[in-house]
Design a protein around this ligand. Structure first.
Ligand SMILES: *Cc1c(COP(=O)(O)O)cnc(C)c1O
Length: 370
């Protein structure tokens, strides 16, 4: 089956992470080439790059007083282990309404020093809600559950114990959704989603309470593997370094994206653009008898990862035809097992490309059902 060239989007990358890298980010990499790549991360040129990232994040997220931007190697998955070791004290409550929330919940459930790991579970497409429990010292959920396309509020748990921490996995939300960071103690993410860079790094915006918890747990109360130590990561980050060698290319592309987002108008601009793109997908789906938004409640529909269920049309076949034309990564999260299209609508995605993608899907479905 042929999709006419004039229907195709200018850029066919619609992944929910890794997501499209803008050409300017690749240009930045070329420009950094002989000057930065292959040079020491302990010297000023690379530290200046890390500083651009840290200061850029502070500005983008309007970092509250006393919070710090900390980064380290290993991506969000490793940050789950960092948080398990250095932030969760005795008892944690997780919201689990998708794969990513579930993975962190599994990590703390297996930790020998965590006495209680409670999981509030909701089915895919819905949102689990936290409830205050005496003795729970940590609450955790994902701002955007990338596996289903559900957006969650970032706000304190009413009635929680004094000093309870809120850890928010913002891997796919950060940079594309507005947030009041002061509501969380750790707002953490990785660069390969809204920031359009490569994976392998974690970044966390940490509150004074989180830093205090980490200092207490890792220096006096438990053994923490040095590579997972948040206090070590903090000490390195304050010097604009990482504990061990980072991928410089990832940092170059990340710095370029943060600067670009700030130049465009910051988080408000980015959030509006993502919302425009995802609204195109949701309203399109509502107007098709064979499509519907996977998330029934409009208030829970993600602005950055738009999911659409197909009825009577094989989504995998649609995805295959699109892929053959260079329009890629519209497949659902692999373990979800739904007849679904999933479209990453991060700020790097042009809304016009989303319109073109939807026209392509119409074209393919008309022919598949003819
Ligand atoms: C992608 C993603 C992760 C995993 O990130 P890695 O950097 O690959 O470990 C975790 N949480 C959420 C919500 C994600 O979207």
């Amino acid at each position: 089956m042929e999709i006419p060239a004039e229907l195709l989007p200018a850029d066919g990358r619609f992944g929910s992470g890794p997501s499209r890298v803008r050409p300017a980010q690749v240009d930045a990499l070329t420009a950094a080439g002989a000057r930065l790549l292959g040079t020491s991360h302990r010297q000023e040129p690379v530290r200046a790059l890390v500083r651009t990232v840290r200061h850029g994040m502070a500005e983008l997220f309007d970092l509250p007083e006393g919070y710090e931007v900390v980064l380290g190697n290993g991506g969000s998955t490793v940050f789950w282990d960092v948080a398990t070791c250095c932030l969760v004290d005795r008892h944690v409550q997780h919201l689990v309404h998708g794969e990513f929330g579930g993975k962190f919940a599994t990590a703390t459930a297996q930790a020998p020093f965590v006495a209680g790991s409670d999981h509030v579970v909701a089915p895919p497409g819905q949102l689990a809600r936290p409830h205050a429990v005496r003795g729970v010292d940590t609450y955790a959920w994902a701002h955007n559950e990338t596996s289903t396309g559900v957006i969650a509020p970032v706000e304190r748990v009413q009635g929680a114990d004094d000093g309870a921490l809120l850890l928010v996995d913002a891997t796919s939300a950060a940079g594309g959704v507005e947030v009041d960071v002061s509501q969380a103690d750790a707002y953490y993410f990785a660069p390969q989603k809204a920031f359009g860079s490569d994976g392998g790094l974690w970044l966390a915006l940490l509150s004074p309470a989180a830093l205090e918890r980490a200092a207490r747990l890792s220096t006096t109360e438990r053994w923490v593997p040095p590579s997972l130590s948040l206090t070590a990561a903090l000490a390195s980050s304050r010097k604009d370094e990482t504990v061990n060698t980072p991928a410089l290319a990832t940092l170059v592309m990340l710095a370029e994206q943060v600067t670009w987002l700030l130049d465009q108008g910051g988080l408000a601009w980015a959030a509006r653009r993502s919302r425009t793109s995802s609204d195109l997908v949701y309203s399109w789906a509502e107007q098709r008898p064979w499509a519907s938004p996977s998330v029934a409640d409009p208030a829970l529909r993600s602005p950055v990862v738009a999911t659409v269920d197909l009825d009577g049309v094989d989504a995998a076949e649609v995805g295959r035809v699109l892929r053959a034309h260079g329009v890629v990564d519209t497949e659902p999260y692999r373990k979800l097992g739904r007849n679904q299209l999933r479209v990453g609508t991060f700020p790097s995605v042009e809304p016009a490309d989303v319109e073109a993608l939807l026209a392509c899907v119409d074209h393919v479905v008309e022919r598949l059902t003819a």
